[in-house]
Design a protein around this ligand. Sequence first.
Ligand SMILES: Cc1cc2nc3c(=O)[nH]c(=O)nc-3n(C[C@H](O)[C@H](O)[C@H](O)COP(=O)(O)O)c2cc1C
Length: 300
Amino acid sequence: MKLTVNIAGIELKNPVMTASGTFGSGKDFLPYVDINKIGCVVVKGVANKEWLGNPPPRIVETYGGMINAVGLQNPGVDVFCREDIPFLRQFDTKIAVNLAGRTIDEYVEVAERLASEDVDLLELNISCPNVKEGGVAFGVNAAMAQKVTEAVKKVAKQPLIVKLSPNVTDISEIARAAEAGGADALSLINTLIGAKIDIHKRKFILSTKQGGLSGPAIKPVAVRMVYQVANAVDLPIIGMGGIMTGEDAIEFMMAGANAIAVGTANLLNPTATMDILDEMSIFMRNEGIENINDIVGIVE
Ligand SMILES: Cc1cc2nc3c(=O)[nH]c(=O)nc-3n(C[C@H](O)[C@H](O)[C@H](O)COP(=O)(O)O)c2cc1C
């Protein structure tokens, strides 16, 4: 059975990746997960300098998922390079670094710093609020999405994945803009903006009022968007959003994803990545699928 997939020239031993921000750099998962078995570890967002994140409360559960407002807390790219790259390089897996920034210059700085580092892929998170444009995310405007992609692509030494926000009217338009800007692959979806109210206190639960909704609740939206984007661009696609089982993962691949990422599921079940990989193999065996790439985009 062939499980290897290719994302922008990087061969992954299987299509299972981690979704940024839900697996750290894997250290906390060592007792549960054999990192050698993961196709690619996508680390949490890394910025040019340390970001403290938002004040608590910043996570709340909801039906079929959770809303988070962690605010991309991270120690900055220097600490990441010193501590996390050597840690991950002990394992036989690919490394993708998720880039965070509040201005184009900040994103460029992180990509430049990583140019000489031993990582395999970069993932540009364009859902970050753009402080120069009044806090509106880069990913909700096609022109901005293209501009930031072009700027990062210019300095990037690794293939560049652009991670799309679902909080838009037409995700195909943003996908095409990222492709025009030079993206080597696309990943989707990031979280959907949501909110939850404590009706006794008559207050929003999260300190930021709203946050990012993730988990099974968003899966149908994600599957629809992966299908739309797969039909709009000619780039490899990494699908995510509420994947809890191997069958969910297969659904994303049939919609057009070349690989998939496991996010919120890691927080509920630390062995989720391993379980999902096993379940995908069982599905393939039962259905007589020899090569996982044969099912990509086969939905009719
Ligand atoms: C706690 C938490 C932190 C996240 N941090 C990041 C991040 O740093 N960068 C990013 O691009 N996406 C981040 N995400 C979004 C996920 O990578 C993923 O796109 C989203 O949660 C949808 O997948 P899921 O439903 O499987 O979790 C985060 C999600 C959660 C739940």
